[in-house]
Design a protein around this ligand. Sequence first.
Ligand code: 5GP
Length: 249
Amino acid sequence: MSSTVEYDNQVVTRGDLKYQGKAKQVYLTNNSEILWVHYMDQATALNGKVHEDIPEKGRLNSAISHILFQYLTRHGIENHYLTAISETDELDLALDIIPIEVVTRNYASGHFVSKFDATSMQKLNPIVQEFYYKSDALDDPFMNDSQILALGYATEIELEKLRNYAQKVNQLLKSLFDEIKINLIDFKLEFGKNALGELILADELSPDNMRLVDQKTGKSLDKDVFRQHSGDVTIGYRDVLSRLENLEK
Ligand code: 5GP
């Protein structure tokens, strides 16, 4: 695609690659407040140790993330998403990403089951919130509040903000997915700071970083299909996208 687009009455030009993620490429632009993000046709597991080319995955994740960020914006959740510029590319607000991953769990799955011997898909009441240190080299280790505070990755007030943010996003996403007969099992959020030092929701919102299960069949519609080598991961992603699109009509 062209490396120049128009956004908000200005010309935005894609510049140097700032960061190559596991499934996304992030480019600088001629505007220091805007990043150009490209969703790749790639999936990784075990923090990048396993990866595979998956045609169409970039388009599907980009489209799902677009719908979910717009939905959160309509419901007053501030986030980095600016606009889609193609089927696989978007513009985002440039933020200083903090090295904390915020995981919310409504039902037991994944590491929660393997770490605590919980029953898979057991409803969690109250919901569980966890922080992880964002580091591929260290396999994103769990961090408690005092570890985060001692290392200066966030203040008490910021931790409270992260919890509130995640709780609101959970309520909104849970009710949206409920409307399309999908259970939101768990998800991971990332945040960054803007020029004023305010925390803002960042990253992507897609089945790459949330577990989604069909309410009727119990089938997994997310990246677990890839993690567990249990079939074509894009079937579930396509299903999620078409249900979200039908809801929007
Ligand atoms: P778990 O801790 O059970 O592996 O993951 C909990 C939830 O957070 C899942 O929905 C999973 O997709 C998401 N998650 C946790 N860590 C990561 C990560 O490093 N990358 C991505 N894409 N998702 C993550």
